[in-house]
Ligand binder design. Structure first.
Ligand code: BG6
Length: 450
């Protein structure tokens, strides 16, 4: 049985920046079967050769870490079909050309998932086919519910991959090992010992020509509705019975279900938008001056909110999530701050309590502790135990595509998780739309709106 990958939106930014590089890595490590093909579908008028030229350029730009011979082998597997992804007749032609039992990947803006899936339902898929849907999963909770209903008509749930590539990152997967393969952390992993958790994903990247998608999404829908909530879920979930799709999805959904949205939107949420500035020596214009941006939409490029989790383990512990574009530093980390000791036998100013820091790319784990000082043994000194993990051979997209082609949904997001994640952010979006929280400006290259 051949398992072609059919990429709807195959000439788009996501395909060029992340999927093709992931596939090139799989090619390089020999994970693609001889008969593996990829058929890209897009509106642009391109021949197969034009598409391969486009793909070669994207790979040169984004997959320089993969040997050229592997990139060339991947190019030979690619084909292109022009068509509209919401037209049943076009999709029928695509599926006929692809043949076999396809994995159909919606590498599309979230606004077109629903019409695309409806068109696919009209055409039907062969038994054993799979569908992957990118994030954010729809535009709001109603949309997510409808997407789930259409998907349920189209395929069995284990053949649906709701994609969140953060689940396939080394940092997030390491949380599972750290928490559940050691006796050390789990006993203190609760409100009795943890003061607060911060999940930070600051990026130096600006809009990067993605206005078509980003200007209708914004930072909250782009990052805090999905990636950062998935991190929260893995940090906060109960131990799974097994590391498989059923257990992980159920334990994560349990947590998301009891995340309480912020009570006071003006106090507990921040929305910001960048103005002109310099990031890494590069000048960025005002966000609103970027091509394709509609200033009246008031799209935020920075979002932050603080929530609590209503269960026995976490009641009262604040979880703060923040992410923004065009910031001064790529600060991407999860911080678990422990409570101070109940009694400090040492004199002087009490030191900061212990802190566990899980950093992204390069992946680092560090534990900040208070130890006896080197000079005066009765003084306390801050010391850090830390490791930097070697990079993995497969990027998150490489791993996700590998799992998809193998039919393993362990890293996929469940229907319930997708809907619960919208439930958490919808009150924030509503308050922002109603103007209850001012849109604050921050210069590109700064630390954000403060
Ligand atoms: C994507 C967002 O899902 O994640 C981007 O759409 C963001 O806006 C990206 O830049 C961050 O993830 P990574 O893995 O590219 O650092």
């Amino acid at each position: 049985m051949t398992r072609p990958l059919v990429v709807l939106g195959g000439a788009g930014d996501l395909t060029g920046r992340l999927m093709l590089p992931g596939l090139a890595e799989l090619e390089d490590v020999g994970e693609l079967t001889d008969d593996q093909t990829l058929l890209a579908v897009g509106r642009e008028e391109l021949s197969d050769d034009d598409y391969r030229d486009w793909a070669r350029e994207r790979l040169t730009e984004h997959a320089a870490h993969v040997p050229e011979a592997a990139r060339d082998r991947l190019l030979a597997r690619l084909g292109y079909h022009q068509g509209s992804v919401t037209e049943p007749a076009d999709l029928r032609a695509v599926l006929e050309r692809a043949g076999g039992v396809p994995v159909v990947y919606l590498a599309l803006p979230n606004t077109v998932f629903l019409p695309t899936l409806r068109a696919l339902t009209e055409v039907g898929l062969p038994e054993g086919a799979a569908v992957a849907v990118e994030k954010p999963f729809g535009e709001n909770a109603d949309d997510a519910r409808e997407l789930n209903a259409v998907l349920a008509q189209l395929l069995p749930d284990e053949a649906v991959f709701r994609v969140d590539h953060f689940m396939a990152t080394q940092t997030v997967l390491n949380i599972l090992g750290l928490r559940f393969a050691n006796r050390l952390f789990e006993p203190v992993w609760n409100a009795g010992h943890v003061e607060r958790v911060d999940i930070v994903f600051d990026e130096t990247l600006g809009l990067e020509g993605r206005a078509g998608y980003y200007d209708t999404a914004g930072a909250l829908r782009d990052m805090l509705q999905n990636h950062l909530l998935q991190q929260l879920a893995v940090i906060a979930m109960e131990p799974p019975a097994a590391v498989d799709a059923g257990s992980l999805a159920a334990r994560k959904a349990d947590v998301l279900r009891v995340v309480r949205p912020p009570a006071d939107m003006a106090r507990d949420t921040v929305r910001g938008r960048y103005t002109a500035g310099t990031v890494d020596g590069q000048e960025l214009p005002d966000y609103v001056a970027e091509e394709g941006v509609e200033p009246a939409r008031e799209t935020e490029t920075y979002a932050e909110y603080t929530v609590t989790i209503d269960n026995w383990r976490w009641a009262g512990v604040p979880f703060r999530l923040r992410s923004g574009k065009a910031l001064g530093e790529n600060r991407q980390e999860i911080l678990v701050r422990f409570k101070p000791v109940p009694h400090l036998a040492f004199g002087g100013t009490p030191p900061e309590a212990g802190l566990l820091r899980l950093g992204f790319d390069p992946d680092t784990i560090s534990l900040e502790l208070n130890l006896n000082g080197a000079g005066d043994p009765f003084d306390l000194e801050r010391t850090t135990l830390g490791i930097e993990l070697p990079p993995r051979r497969l990027s998150a997209y490489g791993l996700l595509i590998k799992e998809m082609l193998a039919g393993d949904p362990t890293l996929s997001i469940s229907a319930a998780e997708a809907e619960e994640s919208w439930r958490i952010v919808e009150p924030i979006l509503a308050a922002w739309d109603a103007g209850d929280v001012p849109l604050r400006e921050y210069p590109a290259g700064s630390d954000g709106p403060g």
